[in-house]
Design a protein around this ligand. Structure first.
Ligand SMILES: NC(=O)c1ccc[n+]([C@@H]2O[C@H](COP(=O)([O-])OP(=O)(O)OC[C@H]3O[C@@H](n4cnc5c(N)ncnc54)[C@H](O)[C@@H]3O)[C@@H](O)[C@H]2O)c1
Length: 422
């Protein structure tokens, strides 16, 4: 039996397997899930730090295409590990260059890998990770184009039940969101008739890298690059579309929309606003609007669901509540922590999302140690394709039906030789 199987069985199959990890693998420390970070940037570092601090997982390995990112992460995680009484990252478990994901996946010293690279690479990296028998925590979105989502579904089917796969939709794990959705599903706002949602965020920012070679700059400033990010609707606004899909219980069947680039001036080619109307089965319309520009600090992200018996309001920040026949308001047990905070580019929001990562991370590790493996790719693909539907509607200026998405969708091409980054 390999260690991955043992980790899965040792909790779930306690009756079957009474060996302690210590006996089976030599030393007790090894019983923790050995966790690795692939893509050592802002979000990746924040999430892996949350895993280190809020779960039993140990950060043991790092991988990144760029050595400076790797070194920065080593300094950070050595400090985190020291604070927790764990050893520093072994330099032999640090992998760099465009093959970093394969080297990491091949390591026998790692059980689970967090994929926090730019969206264009998610599916390729997911395939490398799970094909090597490692559990995967994969950031959203699951792919930047339709072809990648097809590949993701094939991968998920192939490895189903053998490893655990989570997708980084941590909002679903935030207690206030889980509770309001539970209430909506229990009928407290009646039949859902219409949804209004928005994602207003400040402009994304990077240091001045104007002298840098173009390919490297695209990789480092990928948020501004449509091919690498998938555009703002898919890369960032997807959290809101995912929550709407979760609430309605399915994906939209068509969309009309517009997007443009009116304010941002950086070298990239992503939009800075979207307006999309998504139609769900039964004629339920989601009116969605997003902006991603400005430096005044304003941000507001929310879903407002209008039902026959009431209205549910689910913002990232501020009162999360139901009005109507079954009034209810989320009461935080630590109110100071639910006070309005700042926009968090690393996704580690306070307010109504302050426990989102903690709960999400615990769920993933428990899925591994209990042997009750997750496979969240189908939902991840559904939300990614929903955003591709809105993106395609905005690109074409036409109504796009879900079923037509496959025919209409191009496969993105990276447009650079990635092997130059060794
Ligand atoms: N769930 C959330 O709330 C949330 C929030 C922010 C970002 N994200 C997602 O997290 C991912 C990472 O975002 P970020 O803000 O940390 O970006 P980032 O640019 O700060 O980090 C990305 C890292 O990946 C590395 N990298 C790039 N290409 C690579 C490759 N081919 N192989 C290995 N490493 C590579 C970069 O060097 C960098 O260190 C993205 O998919 C993003 O959409 C999710």
């Amino acid at each position: 039996m390999n260690r991955r199987k043992f980790l899965g069985m040792s909790a779930a199959g306690a009756g079957l397997l009474i060996l302690k990890p210590k006996t089976a693998f030599g030393y007790e420390a090894n019983s923790a899930v050995r966790y690795a970070l692939l893509g050592c940037g802002r979000r990746g570092t924040a999430v892996a730090t949350s895993f280190a601090k809020n779960t039993s997982a140990r950060i043991v390995a790092l991988a990144d295409i760029f050595p400076d990112q790797l070194e920065k992460a080593k300094t950070h995680f050595d400090e985190v590990n020291a604070g927790l009484g764990h050893p520093a990252i072994d330099p032999k478990l640090m992998f760099r260059g465009y093959t970093a994901f394969q080297q990491l996946a091949a390591s026998p010293d790692v059980d689970a890998i967090q994929i926090s690279t730019p969206p264009f690479f998610h599916v390729e990296h997911l395939e490398g990770v799970v094909s090597a028998g490692k559990h995967a925590y994969c950031e959203k979105p699951v792919g930047v184009d339709f072809a990648q989502t097809v590949r993701a579904l094939e991968i998920a089917k192939r490895v189903d039940g053998t490893v655990s796969i989570d997708v980084g939709f941590q909002v679903r794990s935030a207690p206030p969101f889980a509770e309001i959705v539970r209430r909506i599903h229990a009928g407290e706002i009646g039949r859902i008739a219409s949804i209004s949602a928005h994602y207003n965020a400040p402009a994304s920012s990077y240091p001045d890298r104007s002298g840098m070679p173009a390919d490297e700059r695209r990789l480092r400033d990928w948020l501004w690059d449509r091919t690498l990010s998938g555009d703002i609707l898919l890369e960032q606004n997807i959290h809101v579309i995912d929550v709407c899909n979760w609430i309605v219980g399915t994906h939209p069947i068509s969309a009309v929309g517009k997007s443009s680039r009116l304010v941002v001036q950086n070298f990239g080619n992503v939009s800075d606003n979207y307006q999309v109307i998504f139609t769900y089965p039964g004629g339920v319309e989601l009116s969605f609007s997003s902006t991603q520009f400005g430096t005044n600090g304003f941000f507001d992200v929310s879903e407002r669901i209008f039902g026959s018996l009431g209205v549910a309001d689910a913002p990232y920040s501020g009162a999360l509540k139901i009005a109507g026949q079954n009034p209810w308001t989320w009461v935080d047990d630590a109110p100071a922590k639910s006070a309005p905070g700042k926009f968090a580019a690393d996704g580690a929001f306070t307010d109504n999302l302050r426990l989102a990562d903690t709960m999400k991370d615990r769920g993933f590790i428990e899925s591994i140690t209990s042997g009750k493996f997750h496979n969240q790719i189908a939902d991840g693909v559904s939300s990614a394709r929903s955003c591709m539907l809105g993106r395609k509607a905005a690109e074409t200026g036409q109504e796009v039906a879900w079923d037509a998405l496959q025919q209409n969708s191009e496969a993105y091409s990276l447009g650079m030789d990635i092997t130059q980054f060794k």
